[in-house]
Write a protein that binds this ligand. Sequence first.
Ligand code: FAM
Length: 458
Amino acid sequence: GPDLRSALKELIPARKQELLEIKKNHSDVKVGDITVGSVIGGMRGNSSMFWQSTSLDPEEGIRFQGKTIQECQALLPSDPEEHDAKKSFLPESMLWLLMTGDIPSETQAANLTRELASRGRTIPKNTNKLMENLPRDMHPMTQLAIGLASMNQSSQFAKRYEQGALSKTDYWEYTLDDALNLIAALPALSGKIYSNIVNDGKPLGEFREDRDWSYNISSLLGMTTKDSCNRQNLSEEQANDFVNLMRLYTGIHVDHEGGNVSAHTTHLVGSALGDPFLSYSSGIMGLAGPLHGLAAQEVVRFLIEMNSEISSETSTDEIEKYLWKLLDSKRVVPGYGHAVLRKPDPRFTAMLEFAEARPQEFEKDKNVKLMQILSKIAPEVLKKHGKTKNPYPNVDSASGILFYHYGIQEMLFFTVIFGCSRSMGPMTQLVWDRIFGLPIERPKSLDMNALKSLCHMS
Ligand code: FAM
């Protein structure tokens, strides 16, 4: 079958025609009413963004091109060398689905995997030098944002644009080139950051051009047995599982529709025709906020702390008491609740299933056990408490503690892994932004006088 670029080329005329028709004939159709509450309430409930490849259903959770996580797990190609029944699909397959709306064939997925590995083998010299020289104790997300922003020097889009040599209909091709280079560079960048933090900048593993993106992330974190320092002394099976965890995690965190901070920021900055590197570097800075990408580490701290205060992770009574104490002191239960979802987060369920499929591995880990037990107890307590609109676990309930289990224990680093994954949705959107020729984003703002006058206040 065709490669990604050719597949997109085939899709573009019909899709552009669709949007053009909507624009021409239906621009006056009303989407909804904007309230003052929404203007001062973070634009919540205000449907005002166009986003191609994912949408969030309050009951079902995230859908990738209309498909649930379970459907993706059943349909998307996994690593052909992975014969384990508990395998996870490749994030590369997911990228294809996001970009085209189609399930890739095994060959298409394998070719995209090769292409990313070949693009990611080296990162630009200046970026390397810069990363070498960053203070070892600099926040990992700052390091990531700096690394990505510095790659703007190699942006094909920026270069052609500056030369005035680019026609509007070609924007997307150079954007796609940059986007693929960006995604491909993330294993090397995140590996470099992790080695800065834990190994004084010395490499922890090797990049393999014949392996997949998640394998290379894992290897450069030092987490495979063959191509890395394996500082955690993982067995062959554990290392294999870790790569599968990485595939699973990075496969399902790619996107969460358009309005979340990292996706929206990327789109906004990109709308000023910023290149993919500058756009996603900004998205990464958004992801670094404690209300967005940092939640996983809070859950890990919470589980460890609770375990140190209860006599056993199976003591239901003590767990309930601990939760009530927390709630009575007006604190929240980390990892529970969601702004949009009203059911258990299917991403949580997928991570939980990963642990449940490996009972021997996790049976002695009291933090993982507490996470599992808590997911049955906390919803009941939160329902009784009666405040949260969603008493169920969200994705962050499980993700951090699983990484922690295998030895990635530098909690600020979790968000870098999140940032590797989250590149795929916003980069897909940026390519389509250019295909559609979407304009610069420029919402109207209102000042206090305008609000007061709308509310008939003097
Ligand atoms: N524990 C205790 N109370 C909670 C709660 C929780 N886990 N989740 C919500 N509430 C309370 C909330 O504080 C609010 O109380 P007040 O009326 O006194 O202000 C009330 O329930 C209604 O809130 P809501 O409408 O259900 O939730 P929001 O849309 O305002 O907020 C969250 C959503 C995720 C910020 C919120 O549920 C929360 O703080 N959860 C704990 C932290 C967490 O897990 N964050 C990670 C979210 C993750 F999915 C992500 O986006 N990365």
